[in-house]
Design a binder for this molecule. Structure first.
Ligand SMILES: Cc1cc2nc3c(=O)[nH]c(=O)nc-3n(C[C@H](O)[C@H](O)[C@H](O)COP(=O)(O)OP(=O)(O)OC[C@H]3O[C@@H](n4cnc5c(N)ncnc54)[C@H](O)[C@@H]3O)c2cc1C
Length: 361
């Protein structure tokens, strides 16, 4: 790399919630910021769409306040059994991903972040920073961009993670086909019947039900395989008949999927490249914490841009509880004792409440 000056101090790859939050923090720190995403317009994603209270607080601290449906707690449910806990410190919010994206993007644009619609395909590091190659960029953009730092906020299947040599080799333990899990989401046009996030447990899958608007409820299925829209309906009816009956003949929206969910990185930093959010590693959607944990990383990476080791430490601190709790719960859910989860939550309300409060932080 040499010659041309940099195009920005910070190049954020990925305009998901984490990339937009990192861009907003970097602007607040007085840095020039460009955000690149391969998709244009208002971005959607397979997501349970529950902003638990801590995530909602972090979104508001960024200066955004997306509308949605209040979430007052979490209900674990199995036929004939349920365990409900209401958040002690006020509600979270069910927010459509498109609404969340629009609010965070508007905020990042308001504070002066620039946006480029292109796909990052290659990355070179030099003394002056990082040069990325772009594909599918419009006429107004060169095929490359240069920045002092590149933040890889490009999600589960991060290109930046691979290009920076931070991918864990394929086939590692957690990625064995038998251990893979997928997330699938559809919306149903029906008035919410609850202010709780309902997590329905069947023998083979979980269904996350999140009210997101006065007439829309999102259902995210977490299952060991990806399915088509018809497969989603079959899974819903066969595994969750009570929930399927509630949804009745409500009009269903398109299916979005994600997975395999579990991803790892060897480290979070390589030279001037940093991994943030799902790109830095992901355990599972079972605890509904991705946005909160990702936003904490976005704040930390900007705070420690000049100190890779400090970001690595901050990343561990921000993700420690999530990694431990979610890994433990997925292990339990994948074991022969899976059927004991909801009865245990119902029998031990103080313990269940403490876990929910931890998720709500
Ligand atoms: C089924 C499911 C349910 C979930 N439920 C919840 C929940 O209820 N609450 C919660 O907090 N979290 C939940 N999560 C987790 C949450 O969705 C993620 O943690 C969160 O979206 C991570 O944000 P991100 O910005 O890191 O990545 P993403 O939102 O995935 O954004 C990555 C962006 O990078 C872009 N990109 C990718 N590659 C490139 C490239 N080469 N060049 C340019 N751009 C690129 C993509 O287009 C995308 O816009 C759930 C996840 C799943 C799968």
């Amino acid at each position: 790399m040499g010659g041309r000056a940099t195009d920005a101090d910070v190049l954020v790859v990925g305009a998901g919630p984490v990339g937009l939050a990192a861009a907003t923090h970097a602007r607040a720190a007085g840095l020039d910021v460009l955000v690149v995403d391969r998709r244009a317009g208002t971005l959607d994603k397979a997501c349970g769409e529950g902003l638990l209270p801590g995530a909602l607080r972090a979104v508001r601290e960024l200066g955004a306040d997306p509308p949605g449906h209040p979430l007052t707690g979490i209900s674990y449910r199995a036929p004939g059994r349920n365990a409900d806990h209401r958040f002690a410190a006020g509600p979270g919010r069910g927010v459509r991903r498109t609404t969340l994206h629009a609010a965070l993007r508007a905020r990042a644009a308001d504070v002066g972040a620039g946006f480029v619609h292109a796909r990052v395909t290659a990355l070179r590091q030099g003394a002056a920073g990082v040069e990325v190659e772009l594909a599918d960029a419009g006429d107004r953009h060169p095929g490359t961009l240069r920045a002092r730092w590149v933040l890889g906020c490009d999600g589960l299947h991060s290109t930046v993670r691979r290009l920076a040599g931070l991918d864990v080799r394929p086939g590692w333990g957690g990625d064995r086909p038998s251990r893979r899990r997928y997330g699938l989401r559809r919306h149903f046009r029906v008035a919410p019947w609850t202010d709780l996030v309902e997590v329905h447990w069947s023998p083979h899958a979980e269904a996350y039900v999140t009210p997101v608007a006065p007439d829309v409820v999102g259902v995210a299925l977490l299952a060991p395989r990806a399915v088509s829209a018809a497969g989603f309906d079959t899974l819903l009816r066969s595994q969750f008949p009570e929930l399927a009956a509630r949804l009745g003949a409500a009009e269903a929206g398109p299916l979005l999927g994600a997975g395999p969910l579990r991803r790892r990185s060897v480290r979070r930093t390589a030279g001037q490249v940093r991994l943030v959010g799902d790109a830095s590693g992901y355990v599972d959607a079972l605890t509904g914490e991705g946005v909160r944990v990702g936003l904490a990383q976005a704040a930390a990476v900007v705070r420690h841009l000049d100190d890779a080791a400090a970001y690595e430490r901050a990343w561990r601190t921000a993700t420690r509880d999530y990694r431990a709790l979610t890994t433990g719960l997925v292990a339990w859910a994948s074991s022969p004792a899976r059927g004991a989860i909801v009865p245990a939550a119902a029998r031990l309300p103080r313990l269940y409440g403490a876990v929910v409060e931890r998720l709500a932080r």
